[in-house]
Design a binder for this molecule. Structure first.
Ligand SMILES: NC(=O)c1ccc[n+]([C@@H]2O[C@H](COP(=O)([O-])OP(=O)(O)OC[C@H]3O[C@@H](n4cnc5c(N)ncnc54)[C@H](O)[C@@H]3O)[C@@H](O)[C@H]2O)c1
Length: 254
């Protein structure tokens, strides 16, 4: 049975990806701080193939311990999806130190810690594999109130390229996905911030404006991102490495 390791698999895009892999014959190791929602997914799928490892990706030792435990239980991963991330919108004149640290620690350092530990298992197993990093459209374009977040996602995108070079010798391919707005718990926060700032608190109006901004005329569903992550984790994408893949309804084509 092939194995995938997924960080941030409890809700949103990560949860959709857990479902996708689990229903396609993978053992899925989920690394997250939210065990409750992972337990719900596991019960819903009911194949016994979803395994939870409580992990705060900001803590390098915690990542090391959890990935070692997953390696013991399931073996080295065939695929890794580094997805855990947080967003907190803030204007340049209102940034709180704690928020800056949180966003950098989860999105950037968490990604680095996870790849370092999981890629070492893959290298030692000697069977190659795939890594998909979660960047964002904000690796490619700026957005209001998203200064720190955008910087971390541009960092993750750059990391994908350098990792692709570093890991090719081990037959490990590394790509990053760059989704535009997807309906998840993360964007609930974003749109209540935007609604307060520009739409007199009307969250529906904020969502409608976002949909209108995308050439395709709507935001994405988590499953639409999971499909691309799955493709990048399969032999069908065998000549892809170091790519930044927009999944953005045409946003960056403009
Ligand atoms: N929703 C969007 O529009 C969008 C667009 C582009 C990129 N992304 C990225 O997709 C990823 C998933 O976000 P989402 O939109 O599904 O939101 P989400 O909030 O539903 O998912 C984030 C996941 O990360 C986990 N997480 C948060 N902090 C963690 C920590 N310290 N350690 C371990 N796990 C932690 C959460 O528990 C959750 O399962 C993020 O990296 C986000 O930046 C989202």
């Amino acid at each position: 049975m092939p194995t995938v390791y997924i960080t941030g698999g409890a809700t949103g895009i990560g949860a959709a990806t857990v479902r996708k892999f689990a229903t396609h014959g993978f053992d899925v190791a989920v690394f997250d701080i939210n065990g409750e929602d992972v337990a719900k997914i596991s019960a819903e799928i009911d194949t016994g193939s979803v395994h939870f490892f409580a992990t705060d990706v900001r803590n390098r030792q915690a990542v090391r311990t959890s990935i070692a435990a997953a390696g013991e239980k399931l073996g080295a991963p065939d695929a890794l999806f580094v997805n855990a991330g947080v967003q907190k919108l803030q204007g340049i004149f209102e940034m709180e130190d704690a928020d800056i640290d949180l966003i950098i620690d989860v999105n950037l350092k968490g990604t680095l810690y996870t790849v370092a530990e999981a890629a070492a298992l893959m290298r030692d197993a000697g069977k190659g594999g795939t890594i998909v990093l979660m960047a964002s459209d904000q690796a490619l374009v700026g957005k209001e109130g998203s200064i720190v977040y955008g910087a971390t996602k541009a960092g993750v995108a750059q990391m994908a390229k350098s990792l692709a070079l570093a890991l090719s010798a081990h037959k490990i391919r590394v790509n990053a996905v760059c989704p535009a707005t997807v309906k998840t718990p993360l964007t609930d926060h974003v749109f209540s911030w935007l609604a307060d700032k520009h739409f007199d608190g009307d969250v529906n109006a904020a969502w409608a404006a976002e949909a209108q901004m995308l050439p395709i005329g709507r935001v994405a569903e988590p499953d639409e991102i999971a499909e691309v992550v799955f493709f990048l984790s399969q032999p069908t994408s065998s000549f892809m490495t170091g790519a930044l893949v927009p999944i953005d309804g045409g946003l960056t084509a403009q």
